[in-house]
Ligand binder design. Structure first.
Ligand SMILES: [Cu+2]
Length: 268
């Protein structure tokens, strides 16, 4: 169900509380907009020149406006301290345990998302900037490192199992990008030289979302939410949220492709 704000469909665990804060902020803004608008119109009529030919140096003596301003400040403080700050603290302080999460590295570059899974050993292989090859090895992964042998890499393809925390470490090879998954309510700047962690729990598979939206062509997407250069518009990735079994199947397929082919074996 799309909320009254016209937000994208919601597909993550924490997203509902984020949408609630966003909704309340909009309610407060609507009240202020209508309230101040009405006040402005009232003042235009009430203090018109015909009725007030001479300026009044004393002005307003009632304290109503002061109290109204205090009320607005209290409402804003409640939104900020009561709702937004606890929500944000929960996002950045309570990262899920790595052992219970799908761990992924995502390295942004102009203009693609390089995705790195640790493979069955759970260890990310060594990467080295000297090994980077734009075509064959955009991550600079050292395949001679034992931990790297089973690592799975993709470009613009993110596969995620549903109902399990996803813990992503973001970094950039060039400029500032922004990793955005609209339906997951995830948006995080990707800064060169910094590894930023972001996490969420996908709750709706791609297939479920297709039937929910009635759109058989629906796909989750990674978009870059930071204007990062001329090719910014094409910096998008495909996200597939699937059952743990389907995810495992996909991972196994990737592993099979990593294994030396039979042809190689013959020539060795
Ligand atoms: Cu970008």
């Amino acid at each position: 169900m799309t909320s009254w704000l016209g937000l994208p469909e919601l597909a993550s665990q924490h997203g509902a509380s984020l949408d609630r804060v966003l909704g309340l902020v909009h309610v407060l803004m609507a009240v202020l907009f209508v309230g101040w608008g009405a006040f402005f119109a009232y003042v235009l009529v009430r203090f018109r020149r015909k009725r007030n030919p001479v300026a009044d140096p004393v002005g307003v003596t009632s304290h109503t406006s002061t109290w109204l301003e205090v009320a607005v400040a209290v409402a804003e403080a409640l939104l900020l301290v009561g709702l937004s700050m606890p929500l944000w603290a929960d996002r950045v302080e309570h990262l899920p345990p790595p052992g219970e999460s799908t761990r992924i590295r995502v390295v942004a570059e102009q203009f693609a998302w390089n995705v790195h899974y640790p493979g069955p050993d759970g260890l990310f292989g060594r990467t080295d900037v000297k090994l980077i090859d734009a075509q064959s090895n955009p991550l600079g992964l050292d395949r001679d490192d034992p931990a790297a042998k089973d690592d799975v890499t993709t470009i613009n393809q993110l596969h995620l199992p549903v109902d399990r925390p996803v813990l992503i470490t973001l970094s950039s090879k060039d400029v500032i990008h922004s990793f955005a998954l609209q339906e997951m309510r995830v948006k995080q700047d990707v800064v060169p030289g910094v590894g930023v962690q972001v996490w969420f729990v996908p709750k709706v598979t791609t297939a479920e979302m297709r039937s929910r939206t009635g759109n058989p062509a629906f796909n989750y997407e990674i978009s870059c939410a930071q204007l990062c250069g001329l090719g910014h518009y094409r910096m998008r990735g495909l996200v597939t949220v699937e059952s743990p079994d389907d995810f495992q199947k996909w991972m196994d397929d990737q592993e099979t492709q990593l294994a030396p082919s039979s042809e190689d074996a013959v020539w060795k």
